[in-house]
Design a protein around this ligand. Structure first.
Ligand SMILES: Cc1cc2nc3c(=O)[nH]c(=O)nc-3n(C[C@H](O)[C@H](O)[C@H](O)COP(=O)(O)OP(=O)(O)OC[C@H]3O[C@@H](n4cnc5c(N)ncnc54)[C@H](O)[C@@H]3O)c2cc1C
Ligand code: FES
Length: 410
């Protein structure tokens, strides 16, 4: 092809022979490399080693520092417990969570907590999680009474899908948070200023009163330093609002439009169930494509009786669940208003779980017989699982006696 013809088609082939020569040298070059290589077998597979570091089965952490954030929220700085052979912390994507495994009064349970620090902090040797005490909370009450500096905690590796993905998400991120749902956005904000993710973040953070706002001063500082990258707006549902940067009321469509470029943003929503119910309706008004609204799993359903479709006539009943777990078979009681997972935890069978939201599939079990209620709003089972009676105990409620087979993970 002549140069002119090449320019006409925007393709210029400079040297056919050079390209061909490179191909011809491929085999002899490979042979030379093989001859030079050691004859010793490779003892470790570098890819497997990397996978293990990124996705450890478990990490042992030790509390290094505890800070009070509000009257009901504390930040725990966690470092690797080298004595228990956690030499480094797994790297993560801002927005992911850790599933903590804790023994409370002899009962082994898990709870997920979003990592509130940045991935660079993990490389430096610590994670931070911020926990809000729940009224009558099973684990949080225990944490307030028992956790102190030097307490050792067992954790999963980083889990979850609530993170910015450049191939899918727009570069303007709107975080809609309620209560302790602010934690993944602190991690994202830190990752943005450290140059790990290249986005602009606007956070609309709902709290019930000024004293409940977590990270208020820290966010004010960050916003002042990085006005082009970060913006935090506090929305308070109480009557009186005096703090700078606060709005009174709820996170309505009007508030969202006032502070965000709705058409050019991806929304990340994280908070309690009641906030999801409210915000979902407000976001519906913008008629955004589904991929533009990302939701964090919101954990256990608090009041299953109020969910559409729940058979109210069984609400007061307790059923029997014949549970096969590992080599053990045990018949346990299960209240209709508590998930099958909680029933197994109460019976101290230590069933596997991570997200407790029906999302991760870690608790996936076989329903041998009986009927369960799974809220249609959050039924993330695969079609094949439904067909062959696999279910997620964390999101399923007994409505008859059951027989189930539960995996025992390592
Ligand atoms: C992805 C994700 C991230 C999260 N991140 C954060 C975060 O950053 N910060 C934060 O504060 N929270 C976070 N949460 C919420 C957190 O996981 C807990 O739900 C919260 O701390 C409340 O825990 P709790 O045990 O005190 O209360 P609950 O979870 O409400 O505890 C009550 C539960 O314990 C069960 N129970 C009662 N008695 C027993 C018994 N004897 N044996 C077994 N079970 C029993 C009850 O049935 C009920 O289900 C997150 C949740 C999710 C899903
Ligand atoms: S624990 Fe994640 S699906 Fe049940």
């Amino acid at each position: 092809m002549s140069k002119d013809e090449g320019e006409k088609f925007d393709i210029i082939i400079k040297s056919n022979s050079r390209d061909l020569l490179a191909f011809m040298k491929l085999v002899p070059n490979r042979k030379k490399k093989i001859e030079k290589a050691s004859s010793e077998p490779i003892k470790t597979d570098p890819m497997n080693e990397l996978a293990k570091r990124l996705h450890p089965l478990r990490q042992y952490l030790v509390i290094n520092e505890i800070r009070n954030e509000t009257k009901s929220a504390k930040t725990f700085k966690l470092e690797p417990h080298v004595g228990l052979r956690t030499n480094e912390l797994a790297y993560f994507r801002p927005g992911q969570y850790l599933s903590l495994k804790v023994k409370v009064n002899g009962v082994e349970i898990t709870r997920p907590y979003s990592i509130a620090s940045s991935p660079k902090d993990a490389q430096k040797g610590f994670y931070e999680i911020t926990i809000r005490k729940e009224e009558h909370g099973f684990l949080t009450q225990y944490i307030w009474d028992n956790w102190k500096v030097d307490t050792v905690i067992e954790s999963s590796g980083p889990e979850g899908f609530f993170y910015f993905e450049p191939l899918r998400d727009l570069k303007d991120i709107v975080g809609i948070a309620g209560g302790s749902g602010i934690t993944p956005f602190r991690s994202m904000a830190k990752a943005i200023i450290e140059g790990i993710i290249d986005v602009k973040l606007t956070v609309l953070y709902g709290s019930s009163e000024e004293d409940d706002i977590i990270y208020y001063d820290e966010f004010k500082e960050l916003e002042k330093k990085y006005p082009d990258k970060l913006k935090f707006i506090h929305i308070l549902s109480c009557e009186e609002v005096s703090l700078e940067g606060c709005e009174a009321g709820f996170i309505t469509a009007e508030i969202i439009e006032k502070y965000c470029d709705v058409k050019n943003s991806t929304f990340f929503v994280c908070g309690p169930q009641v906030m999801y119910d409210f915000v979902e309706k407000e976001l519906e008004r913008f008629k955004l494509p589904p991929k533009r609204i990302r939701r964090e799993a919101f954990g256990e359903i608090k009041n299953i009786v109020n969910y559409p479709g729940f058979p109210k006539e069984v609400a007061e009943k307790t059923f029997k669940v014949k549970t096969h777990i590992g080599n053990i078979t045990k018949e346990i009681p299960a209240m209709a208003t508590e998930s099958v997972l909680v029933a197994m935890e109460r019976a101290n069978l230590a069933p596997p779980s991570k997200c407790r939201s029906g999302e991760c599939g870690f608790c996936r079990s076989l329903l041998i017989s009986g009927d369960i209620f799974v809220s249609p709003i959050s039924d993330w089972r695969r079609a094949a699982d439904k067909k062959f009676n696999y279910f997620h105990p964390c999101y399923s409620y007994p409505v008859s006696d059951l027989e189930v087979k539960v995996p025992r993970h390592l």
